[in-house]
Design a protein around this ligand. Sequence first.
Ligand code: HEM
Length: 144
Amino acid sequence: MTKIKMPPSQPYQPLLLRILHGLTGIFLITAMLTAFWTYDTYDGRWGKIPLPDYKDIEGLHGTFGLYTLLIFPAFVVYAFHRGQNHLIQADSWAKLAQTNKPIWWYTLSRFANTLTLLALTAALFSGKMMDETWLPKGELGDSS
Ligand code: HEM
């Protein structure tokens, strides 16, 4: 019987990307869940769900927000270098018009990845500008 030689399979993501991607994802999801709980406890203007009123959740959110902020720069450096192929390319707008071809899906995913990086940058920097005393003092808007 002849044995067919298969090339060794490549992992979908290299190890460093897996680690950075995984950690960013875990910290971010935890930051988002605790952010919602913070909103639910202190604000609730756009609706509430019956979560317990837990005052310390604000500090917990700050901690996971900070973890995300610390790991994110490493992930961004990786994404801009070895992961560049997964981000918007010069010809991406033209490719987005080719809806009947598989490239459309790749282009859509490149747009999604790029927009996610931009949105997270905005969330992290605006989060860093938050003052932990505002919500406990009931300051929910422009106090001027
Ligand atoms: C993707 C969503 C969010 C991200 C990535 C994020 C990220 C952050 C970061 C990085 C900090 C700074 C932590 C520090 O300096 O130690 C922070 C603080 C804070 N965030 Fe968010 N945030 C998000 C959503 C929200 C939402 C929806 C609220 C609304 C309640 C919120 C309320 C706060 C408050 C009150 C602080 C100050 C808490 C503290 O420093 O202890 N965040 N957030």
